[in-house]
Design a protein around this ligand. Structure first.
Ligand code: HEC
Ligand code: HEC
Length: 279
């Protein structure tokens, strides 16, 4: 009996490094999925040319958002120590993403979707940080943003801890549409103060101008999608083809969402169908 116990402990000790490696690999894979697929951080942080993302510049910043209230420039979020976030600690990167605060205490302004990222679960935030550390560093100095509106002193009290959503399709879908993929940011009308009108969640109406011309975030509540099949909604999200077969234009990140897992897609659609209809 004694010997068996010893052997069991020994087996555990030998298994531990393998288990730790497997855990690390799972964390990185989750982080990759969140950053590259559902979160589509590259939609803003990777410079785009006429053919899409510029080669060799993944997450290296430089995209300019020229709007009435600001001229924001997406920063370099690769691990380059000089021009990226290579010198930041894990905790500092996490605080930047979820609290909108840099290591020097300055506030990160729009269009970084801060209102939504505050809801990111601890585990997912840790996975995103771990993954960002592994992307190839790119040297690319980016100019500073200029804000003609005052930025808040903070986006709220420090976020202590956020749990993963409950194992329920609608709860998981709500987490995806909000904190993870910020679908609701683009699909909710914006108030004159620059915040989303939370009483009209999903009603559409936000205007996007860019090399694609002008697009308007569409109504994605049951008011608009009632007659769509699940397959039609999925096709729109994954491939950018609307119900009538017309092609949807940027800035929605179809190129990233095409790789969304079937379970996440199902949960997302369950959530969209559960939303209060908005005219
Ligand atoms: C809609 C566009 C947009 C999306 C999507 C977006 N960001 Fe940002 N992000 C910005 C802009 C613009 C800034 C800089 C704002 C400023 O200058 O105050 C920024 C700032 C940052 C910073 C601070 C870097 C620095 O040097 O100041 C980090 C870190 C960051 N983003 C990470 C992420 C991650 C990770 C994701 C995906 C989960 C993401 N962002 C998604 C636009 C975006
Ligand atoms: C960066 C902004 C942005 C994000 C993020 C975004 N969308 Fe969109 N979406 C748009 C715009 C703009 C259009 C309309 C494009 C056009 O008119 O060509 C659109 C179109 C759609 C359509 C097609 C509606 C129709 O009538 O054809 C659906 C469905 C949709 N989005 C759902 C989503 C979901 C779900 C997510 C999150 C996974 C999401 N969107 C994320 C901006 C965005």
């Amino acid at each position: 009996m004694r010997w068996m116990l010893g052997a069991a402990v020994a087996a555990l000790c030998f298994a531990a490094p393998g288990a730790a490696l497997a855990q690390e690999a799972a964390l990185l894979e989750r982080g990759r999925y969140l950053v590259e697929v559902t979160g589509a951080c590259g939609n803003c942080h990777t410079p785009m040319g006429p053919q899409g993302p510029l080669p060799g510049r993944h997450l290296a910043g430089g995209t300019v958002f020229d709007e009435q209230p600001f001229r924001a420039v997406a920063p370099n979020i690769t691990p380059d120590p000089e021009t990226g976030i290579g010198r930041w600690t894990d905790a500092q990167i996490a605080t930047a993403i979820r609290e909108g605060k840099r290591p020097d205490g300055s506030i990160i302004g729009p269009p970084m979707p801060m209102a939504f990222y505050r809801g990111l679960a601890d585990r997912d935030l840790a996975a995103m940080v771990a993954y960002l550390r592994t992307v190839p560093p790119v040297r690319n100095a980016v100019e500073k943003s200029v804000y003609r509106i005052p930025l808040p002193p903070s986006y709220g009290p420090p976020v202590a801890s956020v749990a993963m959503p409950a194992e329920d399709p609608v709860a998981r879908g709500a987490y995806l549409a909000g904190p993870v993929a910020h679908c609701l940011e683009c699909h909710t009308p914006m108030l004159p103060n620059g915040h989303s009108d939370m009483t009209r969640l999903g009603a559409g109406g936000m205007v996007f101008r860019g090399p694609w011309g002008e697009t308007v975030g569409r109504n994605i509540t049951p008011h608009a999608l009632r007659d769509w099949t699940d397959a039609e909604i999925e096709r729109a999200i994954r491939t950018g083809v609307s119900r009538d077969g017309s092609r949807l234009r940027p800035p929605m990140a179809f190129w990233a969402y095409q790789h969304m897992s079937p379970r996440d897609m199902g949960d997302l659609i369950a959530y969209l169908r559960s939303m209060p209809a908005q005219q």
